[in-house]
Ligand binder design. Structure first.
Ligand code: HEC
Length: 308
C-alpha cells in the first residue's frame, strides 16, 4: 500500500486541486459562518431582547382573594402555661366564645347537632367521636383547625381570634368529652411551631385594588416629571448626544433611575442592576459593550437625573 505523505501544515490552495479534499474547508467555513452569526447577534441585541414572553391565560385558582385594609402590629405574646393551667377567666371566655361562634353548628354539647349544621356534608364534628377527624383530635390538631379552617368541608378558620381566645375555646371543647391529655411536650411543640409566646409580627396589608391605584398614581407623577425634564433645556449638547445614543426610552429610563431600579453608585453596581438586559430599563444594550470612559460619562449624567 502506498504510504501517505503527511503534510506539516494544511495548504488550503492545494485542497482545490483535489475536490474531495474540499472537506478540509469545513473548518474555516464554519468559523466564518459563526463569526458572521455572532456579529449579527450582537448587533441585534436590542431587538432580540424585545421578544415578549408568550401570553398565557391566568389561572383563576392562582388569583389571591382581595384583602381588607388592616394595620399590622404585634399579636400579643401568649402565656403558654395557660394551656396546662387555664385561668378562671379563660374558662368563662371559652364557654362564651363557643356559644357565640360554634354552637350553631356543633351544638350545645358539641355533638355536631347544631341547627346550622343540619344540611352540611360532612356533618359538623361530634367532638365525642374518636374516629374520622380530618386534623387530629389532640390539642395541636384542633389548634390547626381553628387557625386554618377546613374550608372545603365548611369549617371556617378563626385565625382572627387572638391566641388566648382560640386556646380558651379548645379548652372548653375538651370539657365536653374525653380528650388526650395535653403534655408539656405538646405545649412546647405548639409554641415552636407558631411562636405563641413570642408574639407574632403581623404586616400591614392593603387591598390589591388600592395598591394598584396607588402605584399607578405614583408612576404618573414620575412620568409627568420625566416629560417636563426632557422638554426643558436641561442637557448640554454632549449630554444630549449621550442620551440619544444610549437611552432607547427616555421616560422609562427616567422612571427607573428615579426609582433606583438603575443603580448609579458605580460602574459595577450599575451594570449589575441592569441584569444584562438594559432594554428592560429603557437603555440601549450597547451600554454593556462600550468603553468604561463612556460608561462613566453616562453614570454622571444619570446621577444628575436622579438628583432632580
Ligand atoms: C358553619 C358550621 C360550623 C361552625 C359555625 C363551626 N364549625 Fe367546626 N366544623 C364544621 C364542619 C362541617 C366540620 C367537619 C369538617 C371535616 O370533617 O373536615 C367541623 C369540624 C370541626 C373540628 C374538627 C376538625 C377535624 O379535625 O376533623 C373542630 C375542632 C371544630 N370544627 C371546631 C369548631 C369551633 C371551635 C368552632 C367555633 C369557633 C366551630 N368549629 C364552628 C362546621 C362548623
Amino acid at each position: 500500500m502506498q504510504k501517505r505523505k503527511i503534510e506539516d501544515e494544511i495548504k488550503y490552495w492545494n485542497l482545490l486541486k483535489n475536490p474531495i479534499r474540499l472537506y478540509g474547508w469545513f473548518y474555516p467555513i464554519v468559523l466564518v459562518l459563526l463569526l458572521f452569526l455572532g456579529i449579527k447577534y450582537v448587533k441585534n441585541l436590542d431587538k432580540i431582547s424585545l421578544n415578549e414572553v408568550a401570553y398565557t391565560n391566568i389561572d383563576s385558582a392562582d388569583v389571591k382573594r382581595n384583602v381588607e385594609l388592616k394595620k399590622g402590629g404585634i399579636a400579643p405574646a401568649f402565656n403558654i402555661s395557660l394551656i396546662m393551667t387555664p385561668s378562671p377567666e379563660m374558662k368563662i371566655r371559652g364557654q362564651e366564645l363557643f356559644t357565640a361562634n360554634c354552637v350553631s353548628c356543633h351544638g350545645d354539647g358539641g355533638k355536631g347537632d347544631g341547627d346550622a349544621g343540619a344540611n352540611l356534608n360532612p356533618k359538623p364534628r361530634n367532638f365525642a367521636t374518636l374516629d374520622g377527624w380530618t386534623n387530629s383530635r389532640d390539642f395541636s390538631g384542633m389548634f390547626k383547625t381553628l387557625r386554618e379552617g377546613i374550608a372545603q368541608n365548611g369549617m371556617a378558620a378563626y385565625e382572627y381570634l387572638p391566641v388566648f381566645d382560640r386556646v380558651a375555646i379548645i379548652l372548653h371543647i375538651q370539657t365536653l368529652a374525653e380528650f388526650p391529655a395535653v403534655t408539656e411536650q405538646n405545649v412546647t411543640n405548639l409554641d415552636m411551631q407558631y411562636s405563641l409566646s413570642k408574639g407574632i409580627e403581623i404586616p400591614n396589608q392593603i387591598p390589591v385594588d388600592v395598591a394598584v391605584s396607588k402605584i399607578v398614581s405614583e408612576n404618573k407623577i414620575v412620568t409627568d416629571k420625566a416629560e417636563l425634564f426632557y422638554s426643558g433645556n436641561n442637557f448640554s449638547q454632549d449630554e444630549n448626544l449621550l442620551l440619544n445614543e444610549f437611552v432607547s426610552d427616555k421616560k422609562k429610563a427616567f422612571v427607573n433611575i428615579q426609582r433606583s431600579a438603575i443603580n448609579t453608585t458605580n460602574i459595577t453596581t450599575f451594570l449589575e442592576s441592569l441584569k444584562f438586559n438594559p432594554s428592560d430599563f429603557g437603555l440601549s444594550n450597547r451600554i454593556l459593550i462600550v468603553g468604561s470612559k463612556q460608561q462613566e460619562e453616562l453614570l454622571t449624567l444619570f446621577r444628575k437625573i436622579k438628583n432632580i
